[in-house]
Design a protein around this ligand. Structure first.
Ligand code: B12
Ligand code: SF4
Length: 259
């Protein structure tokens, strides 16, 4: 197991934290619980997309906690009651799920139960899984409030604020919104983030990296000009390639490797 503990001071100091071996737990209830919904596995890497979102939420002054289901060692794998406990205990008013397409069947079953047991929770889906089938998914299963398509850093904090305040979501672009009973609407077209260096550094320092035994993911570019039939990269990010600058990438590498 990697012995690599970074500075784990949380930028939102109101929240005390304790480590429970497998994951970071916040003692007080955060505004957002972000669930990385990948099955438990023997080799696990930190979830880069969720780290990007944690950093963006912190920058906007929104408290958030990550629950990485990959690290969930207790209970039985993909058991609905166990997953429910894992997600709901001390969870925020807004619960965001990040997943790939292969986890969607489990996600739908889980969300149906969450809707039954905690109807007051606001549920947002994101990542390549829900984004690829957002409208048909919510039309068929009205189990979430919205799917946020594409990059999340700019719009997820806006969406969290709007959901908590109960205001109209139509001003936030790139959402597929469920109104219940199969009625969905899509908000305006998304502009891609042009200057990636303006984004906060992924929150490697806000989680305990020690339970992860796989490579630490590092992002260099978004988008791909090609269109291999088996790959969703250009559908999700677009064909134009946007890059992080070399100084930014090298400083992240230095930070992560000198812990
Ligand atoms: C790195 C990577 C992996 C790594 C993940 C390492 C890690 N822990 O981060 C590994 C090697 C483990 C992996 C495995 C797999 N992968 Co993969 N992977 C990628 C890759 C190349 C980059 C993902 C990434 O880090 N992107 C950068 C981050 C910042 O982006 P992001 O995660 O998408 O998050 C952003 C947005 O999606 C959004 N967002 C994400 N989550 C949420 C949640 C909410 C609530 C909101 C609002 C927004 C939001 O905001 C984030 C910031 O902008 C992509 C292709 C690509 N270029 O996107 C494929 C990709 C995601 N993988 C894919 C697949 C299919 C798999 C596998 C299922 C393959 C397989 N058959 O085994 C496995 C699953 C393994 C498992 N454990 O279940 C597919 C997913 C297709 C789909 N529609 O779901 C992709 C798109 C490639 C493809 N072939 O098309 N993968
Ligand atoms: S990212 Fe996907 S579309 Fe682009 S070259 Fe690789 S496999 Fe092909």
């Amino acid at each position: 197991m990697r012995d690599c503990r970074l500075n784990i001071e949380h930028p939102t100091p109101n929240i005390e934290r304790r480590m429970e071996g497998e994951r970071m737990v916040h003692c007080s209830v955060p505004e957002v619980t972000l669930v990385h919904f990948q099955p438990p596995a023997s080799v696990v890497s930190p979830p880069l997309g969720c780290l990007c979102l944690l950093a963006a939420l912190a920058e906007s002054g929104i408290t958030a906690a990550l629950r990485d289901y990959q690290l969930h060692e207790h209970g039985s794998r993909l058991d609905i009651h166990d997953m429910l406990r894992f997600v709901l205990e001390d969870s925020g008013q807004v619960i965001g799920f990040s997943c790939m397409v292969h986890m969607l069947p489990h996600l739908v079953l889980l969300l149906r139960e969450i809707r039954r047991q905690a109807p007051e929770k606001k549920i947002v889906l994101g990542g390549p899984g829900p984004s690829s089938v957002a409208a048909p998914l919510l039309r068929r299963y009205a189990v979430a409030d919205a799917v946020l398509l594409g990059e999340g850093e700019r719009r997820f904090p806006l969406l969290v604020r709007a959901l908590r305040a109960g205001t109209d979501l139509s001003a936030i672009p790139g959402l597929v919104v469920s109104h219940g009973d199969g009625v969905v609407t899509t908000t305006g077209r998304i502009e891609r983030i042009l200057c990636l260096d303006e984004l906060p550094v992924p929150a490697y320092d806000m989680i305990d990296l020690s339970p992860y035994n796989g490579p630490i993911p590092l992002e260099l570019t978004r988008g791909c000009p090609f269109s291999c039939s088996f790959c969703e990269t250009n559908l999700f990010w677009g064909r134009e390639v946007h890059s992080f600058s070399t100084p930014r990438v090298t400083s992240i590498v230095e930070e992560v490797t000198t812990c």
